[in-house]
Design a protein around this ligand. Sequence first.
Ligand SMILES: NC(=O)c1ccc[n+]([C@@H]2O[C@H](COP(=O)([O-])OP(=O)(O)OC[C@H]3O[C@@H](n4cnc5c(N)ncnc54)[C@H](OP(=O)(O)O)[C@@H]3O)[C@@H](O)[C@H]2O)c1
Length: 288
Amino acid sequence: MKIFVLAENGQLGWELCRTLAPLGDVIASDYPQVDLQKPETVINLMRLEKPALFVNAAAYTAVDQAETDHERARSINATGVGVIAEECKRIGAAFIHYSTDYVFDGKKGSPYVESDETNPLSVYGKSKLEGEQLVQQIGGDYLIFRTSWVYSMRGQGGFIAKVLQWSRQQETLRMVTDQVSNPTWARMLAEATAHIVSRGQGYMAERKGLYHLAGSGFASRFDWAKEILELDANRHEQKTKELLPALTADFPLPAERPLFSALDCSRFESTFGMKLPDWKAALRLATQ
Ligand SMILES: NC(=O)c1ccc[n+]([C@@H]2O[C@H](COP(=O)([O-])OP(=O)(O)OC[C@H]3O[C@@H](n4cnc5c(N)ncnc54)[C@H](OP(=O)(O)O)[C@@H]3O)[C@@H](O)[C@H]2O)c1
């Protein structure tokens, strides 16, 4: 199977390239070779390579920046995604795409299921929701996986790297207790995707649709940071002596986040016969 992975350098895309490699001929690309703001860059490559499966891990993920960069966020997360979905349908390729818990407003008070009403609070959330809707309208053999709080052990930009960096600099760390969701290891997400891909195009087509796919269980940013500090292999380097609870309102940011946006992944687990690992167990594996 020829598999096209977009965003080979992103947190998820990098893991996808590794986990999908044994399943076929993986062709990977990223910005700027493929720029979702320039549809011809993705269409030309798809027509040249004719993949049987396109996996899109590209997105405009700068949640706060999107508030003042509305057009760019929308053209990458919505219009560009629609272009891929159209082309996949035209060439008969399956399409796997990822979305976000930020399509919800976080006011439900318990984990969200796929049929719950969406109400994004941010430009990023709105643009991702529009992307989902375009894929669904266009049809074809698509799988959309809504995920949450994705982390990777690569790079310095993610939550884990930031917590570890702050722990080397600050005696007191303050983390919010009122933002709650599912920390999700990018590798786990890629492995779950690969399990599905390994069953073949027919299997995916029979199960086309939108699913929640994230680390099992949920945590606040405070719980997550506490676990990161405890699992730190170089704890002796930490300067942090106390981790204090804080509220989202204490740290005003341009984009409003949903407070309780945990995802209920039982539809995914029953449809694909998988048990998603508990977020703490995954974090332990990731940090070893
Ligand atoms: N990170 C999270 O916490 C989180 C939570 C929920 C859902 N998700 C979703 O999960 C998926 C993967 O996220 P991630 O964390 O792996 O994202 P990421 O690490 O930020 O990677 C995004 C990738 O998209 C590329 N990209 C940006 N603009 C592009 C453009 N115009 N054309 C083509 N590619 C472009 C980026 O390239 P450059 O680096 O060169 O810009 C980067 O390689 C996304 O759909 C995201 O919305 C993420």
